[in-house]
Design a protein. Structure first.
Length: 275
């Protein structure tokens, strides 16, 4: 099961940031105190990892997941390793670190068909400059289904992004994941215009996308497209402002964060600060 796939966000919506109440924080603190006296309490560490993750306290959740895996030893399951990898990825702001990649590799050795491990492994390939291989892996997940699986929406989004980066036509199964900003076809149509008219056309398309995201929000693909477009137009300050907003909106969406950071790189903006 992949019910804890944090990257599964509904297309067109950003990731909501939960607010921890004083009671939540107090319960976590109490549990942490208990575990100091009972460091081998596997059930307690699982509960702590889950609680911290629900509040998006990812560095602490990562440490708790590492303790769970250590306690399990040879009895660790693929799902346990995926939970660890996911916490490591989200603690690193969406970056699949070598440690997370190793955990995913172990998960796939134990369960080659594990869908969440395959999803994040495809993200690893995309970040590593192999969109062609990421495309194949995400396409497999999307093809296999089921349609209501929690990993389906992010896999479709990843499939669309990998297709664009690999120079492949975005397939129909990627659904509505393609960005709704200026497309390659739009750029081609603008080539026949006079320079001033072409610039005006591009500016209008970018403004339309910017206005829609400001009023309605949108999936990470659209935010990434806006950042890239602003970079091409030389509007770095505006691109940086959009980037900052997007980083906040998709802070706990590993797939979305990866797309946003790649767009930032393409636009010549500095990477996110290390956590």
């Amino acid at each position: 099961e992949a019910e804890r796939l944090v990257a599964a966000r509904t297309a067109g919506q950003g990731a909501a940031t939960p607010s921890a109440s004083d009671g939540d924080a107090a319960l976590i603190t109490k549990l942490q105190d208990v575990l100091k006296a009972r460091p081998d309490d596997l059930r307690g560490w699982r509960l702590l990892a889950s609680s911290l993750g629900s509040l998006e306290r990812w560095p602490e959740a990562r440490a708790a997941e590492e303790r769970v895996v250590a306690l399990l030893g040879d009895t660790v399951t693929a799902d346990d390793l995926v939970d660890l990898a996911e916490a490591q990825i989200l603690a690193a702001g969406g970056y699949v670190s070598p440690e997370a990649e190793a955990a995913l590799g172990r998960a796939l050795t134990l369960e080659p068909k594990n869908p969440v491990a395959r999803y994040y492994s495809a993200l690893t390939l995309l970040q590593g400059g192999r969109p062609d291989l990421a495309y194949r892996m995400w396409q497999g997940l999307v093809t296999e289904g089921p349609a209501d699986a929690p990993w389906m929406a992010p896999a479709r989004a990843g499939l669309a992004e990998a297709a664009r980066e690999a120079g492949i036509a975005v397939p129909p199964e990627a659904g509505g994941a393609a960005p709704r900003g200026p497309t390659a076809e739009d750029a081609k149509a603008a080539e026949g215009l006079a320079p001033d008219d072409r610039q005006a056309m591009i500016e209008a398309m970018v403004a339309k996308l910017s206005d829609r995201l400001a009023s309605q929000g949108g999936p990470p693909q659209d935010w990434a497209q806006l950042i890239r477009s602003l970079g091409v137009l030389g509007r770095r300050d505006q691109a940086a402002a959009v980037l900052g907003e997007a980083r906040t909106i998709f802070a706990s969406d590993a797939a979305g964060t990866a797309l946003i950071e790649r767009a930032a790189k393409d636009a010549g903006l500095p990477p996110a600060p290390a956590p």
